[in-house]
Design a protein around this ligand. Structure first.
Ligand code: GDP
Length: 186
């Protein structure tokens, strides 16, 4: 059994990306802040998992946000042996600003904390979504790589989920499946 997981702060466009990649609409919980459960897609014995969005959600108490983070961490720890790749989805436009805001307060941004965790326990790649909103793509990708402590930009895939522009990311996922011996999937 193999699994691909999608992780990201809420509102980065994770559900939109999921549909753009797999052509399936994921059910979104009606009310954010009430349930914590992943959305699953099953292709024979490949599981594709959309984990709940973490981070601040307007109108939701902090305790819930902490529970979401704990859920994600436990889920990944429990399934690490079958996860062939983790896709960390970020909002390419908002990311540099959000990170700098946290850093200026002397705090470690939750996005970076999550990326470092994913990097430690799995093979992580970054989907830099909402790239249509970014003016200088090159510069922004450099900033993202630097903030995440990545040695190169090779594992950052700029995407525009809204317009269905996800090809390089999809190709990378296929490559990972081939590497795992699953060229028959996707
Ligand atoms: P999720 O909470 O991460 O699942 O986010 P959603 O998929 O619900 O998307 C949040 C918002 O971002 C929605 O208004 C989407 O239309 C918008 N969005 C998603 N992808 C893109 C994109 O590539 N570009 C732009 N400009 N907006 C996007």
């Amino acid at each position: 059994k193999h699994e691909i997981i999608f992780v990201g702060r809420s509102n980065v466009g994770k559900s939109t990306l999921f549909s753009a990649l797999f052509g399936k609409k994921v059910r979104k919980g009606k009310k954010p802040g009430t349930t914590i459960k992943p959305n699953f897609l099953q292709y024979r014995d490949l599981l594709i998992t959309d984990l709940p969005g973490y981070g601040y959600i307007r109108g939701v108490n902090r305790d819930f946000n902490e529970r979401v983070k704990d859920f994600i961490v436990h889920y990944i720890e429990n399934n690490a042996n079958r996860i062939i790749v983790s896709v960390h989805v970020i909002d390419a436009k908002a990311f540099p600003e959000v990170v700098e805001r946290w850093e200026s307060r002397g705090e470690i941004p939750v996005d970076i904390e999550m990326y470092e965790f994913l990097d430690e326990v799995s093979n992580v790649i970054v989907a830099a979504n909402k790239i249509d909103k970014v003016e200088n793509v090159d510069e922004t990708l450099d900033i993202i790589a630097e903030k995440l402590g990545m040695l190169s930009r090779d594992m950052i895939f700029p995407v525009c989920a809204k317009k269905g522009e996800v090809k390089p990311l999809k190709e990378e996922l296929k490559k990972r499946l081939v590497r795992a011996g699953r060229s028959d999937l996707l």
